[in-house]
Design a protein around this ligand. Structure first.
Ligand code: PXP
Length: 238
């Protein structure tokens, strides 16, 4: 099973000062050294974290799977066709949301998605649709010619107790169904060090796309060293 690491939130920290660090491109290359099979970046319409410079240099430096997450808009399609990532994942995008809230409304945006998928595939780029764990969305993704789907695990991640088990079953059933009808299947959103195992155990799943929990852990496991390095500079300043 592959792990795609989403580096958006390295850029979120950089944007807190609108400076140069931490650089998501450097983080991507360290993630690859750590075993990441791919790097994901979501270029949002408002460029709130990842920006055009980031995706350009990521494209040049990431030699495993570069997955450009994007809304199905003409602007993003043009950018993708120039960059030529190995994969694009189409997501719904709302300006006010903190993160991608739900899967695509595939049936409700059939025409726009069909055109977008065809244009991207025409440029040699594979297309994945980020969808809720629902049969209707999976059928629509297949009908529109998507190469892959990414099943939204956010509801599973947010649920607790019996309700979490029910959400897990929906994810499992969706993965199995999508695979049965011939789609390549990934999963992601909200996965962390506590909840990832049951999802990683689903047979047939190609990969997991994880961001926030990995970046959060990186802050925690790195803080002791970072303070020690600064302390050494202060104490040995001459
Ligand atoms: N997959 C998709 C389609 C996403 O939009 C996101 C969030 O940007 C992720 C995976 C990663 O989610 P998280 O940051 O919660 O791990």
């Amino acid at each position: 099973m592959i792990l795609g690491v989403n580096i958006d939130h390295v850029a979120t920290v950089r944007q807190a000062r609108r400076g140069a660090e931490p650089d998501p491109v450097a983080a991507a290359n360290l993630a690859i050294l750590g075993g990441a099979d791919g790097i994901t970046a979501h270029l949002r319409e408002d460029r709130r974290h990842v920006n055009d410079r980031d995706v350009r240099i990521l494209r040049e430096t990431v030699h495993c799977e570069f997955n450009l997450e994007m809304a199905a808009t003409p602007e993003m399609v043009e950018i993708a066709l120039q960059l030529k990532p190995e994969l694009t994942t189409l997501v719904p995008e709302k300006r006010q949301e903190l993160t991608t809230e739900g899967g695509l409304d595939v049936a409700g945006n059939r025409k726009q998605l069909k055109q977008t998928i065809a244009r991207l595939q025409g440029g040699g780029i594979r297309v994945s649709l980020f969808i809720n764990p629902e049969t209707e969305a999976i059928d629509s993704a297949k009908e529109l010619g998507a190469d892959m789907v990414e099943i939204h695990t956010g509801r599973y991640a947010d649920a607790r107790g019996g309700s979490q088990q029910r959400e897990l079953k929906r994810v499992i059933d969706s993965v199995l169904y999508a695979e049965r009808i011939g789609l390549t299947v990934n999963a992601g959103h909200g996965l962390n060090y506590q909840n990832v195992k049951p999802v990683a155990a689903i047979p047939g799943l190609r990969g997991l796309y994880i961001g926030h929990s990995i970046i959060s852990r990186a802050v925690m496991v790195g803080i002791e060293r970072a303070v020690r390095d600064m302390k050494a500079l202060i104490e040995h300043h001459t």
